[in-house]
Ligand binder design. Structure first.
Ligand code: HEC
Length: 98
């Protein structure tokens, strides 16, 4: 019983972490897209700060399929590593950046 509740706690904690858009942004996007997403990533991407969450999600889904701009190869592995839930959370965080 004790073991089960510990496992449930770990599961709950990891779901929380998975849905933390700010944390995902900081660890997976910040290095290229910059503080609050105001930097053109590698001097190439559009500034994505404030993009509608749906627009970011559509764009990242395209990268998963290998669709994008000239530097899409950079985004493909990053996009592919995001679960749908993580993508939604991080897209909402980016939408909140002004
Ligand atoms: C290694 C650097 C790097 C990281 C890390 C990175 N990106 Fe990008 N991102 C790029 C580059 C370069 C482009 C432009 C790709 C192209 O030519 O289409 C881009 C483009 C984008 C675009 C589309 C903008 C446009 O110009 O059309 C979105 C949305 C985006 N990234 C979201 C994210 C998110 C969300 C994360 C974190 C999960 C992330 N990126 C992490 C480098 C990066």
């Amino acid at each position: 019983m004790k073991k089960i509740s510990i496992m449930l706690m770990i599961a709950a904690a990891s779901t929380l972490m998975a849905a933390d858009g700010a944390e995902i942004y900081k660890t997976k996007c910040f290095s290229c897209h910059g503080e609050k997403a105001v930097k053109p990533a590698l001097n190439k991407s559009q500034v994505i700060a404030g993009w509608d969450a749906a627009k970011t999600i559509a764009s990242v889904e395209d990268y998963k399929k290998g669709i994008g701009g000239p530097m899409k190869g950079v985004m493909k592995p990053i996009a592919s590593a995001l679960s749908a839930e993580d993508l939604k959370a991080v897209a909402e965080t980016i939408a909140s950046f002004k």
